[in-house]
Design a protein. Structure first.
Length: 221
């Protein structure tokens, strides 16, 4: 049976809980362009020291008043911000829907704060920070400027920096029809991050090197 060893997770990342995040937006400027979708994937560590996905949280977000909606960005994502069936929430409610379970996951894991895992995470973190400031939320669970970048990690581990190519190089199936939705991209980012971390642990064991406390020998590919 798989056991979630939360104390090992806290030790492995120096008290930070990695949470994979993807946002879909109506442009590239977090101060002026609308945040339209956000998804976050919490991670857990098994008793064998293997990192894996735990739970996904997601929300469609209403453009904030006066937000810019760039037509090229909307064409790329295929999002209609005003579609009646989006069930989108205002930014404040949408962020709280994501932040609350992340805060709980941080507590349950024995960590002190979440750290964003993203593919080029400056983009996702910038939009989250801007929306947090805009809505006046005081308890953003994420570190304000530190993050784990799967573009960098994918380039190191698999020689690929594009998310789809890095995922496939890591042995992760990729569906182009599902790509560019926040949930799909966040879950694929989480899978890629887990593959890199688990591969690093396995390679260290093979080389006879000491591993961080709580990490054990387990092949993942």
């Amino acid at each position: 049976m798989t056991i979630n060893d939360s104390s090992s997770l806290a030790r492995r990342f120096r008290g930070f809980l990695p949470v994979a995040v993807d946002v879909e937006t109506a442009g590239f400027n977090p101060q002026t362009d609308a945040l339209l979708e956000i998804a976050a994937v919490t991670l857990r560590m098994t008793g064998a020291g293997r990192l894996e996905r735990q739970q996904t949280f997601a929300c469609h977000v209403q453009p904030f008043p006066g937000a810019n909606l760039d037509p090229a960005s909307l064409a790329f994502t295929g999002i209609d911000p005003h579609h009646p069936f989006r069930d989108a929430l205002p930014e404040y409610e949408g962020l709280q829907k994501i932040f609350q379970p992340i805060r709980k996951a941080v507590r349950d894991s024995g960590c002190t704060r979440a750290i964003l895992v993203g593919h080029n995470p400056w983009f996702d973190l910038g939009f989250i920070n801007a929306a947090t400031q805009r809505t006046g939320i005081k308890r953003n669970p994420f570190h304000p400027f530190s993050a784990f970048d799967t573009a960098t990690l994918g380039g190191l581990a698999f020689g690929q920096t594009v998310l789809s190519r890095a995922a496939q190089a890591a042995g992760i199936a990729w569906d182009t029809q599902e790509a560019h939705s926040a949930i799909y991209d966040a879950e694929q980012t989480a899978e890629l991050f887990c593959r890199v971390v688990n591969l690093w642990a396995a390679l260290n064991v093979q080389n006879g090197e000491a591993l961080p406390e709580g990490i054990f020998n387990e092949q993942i590919i």
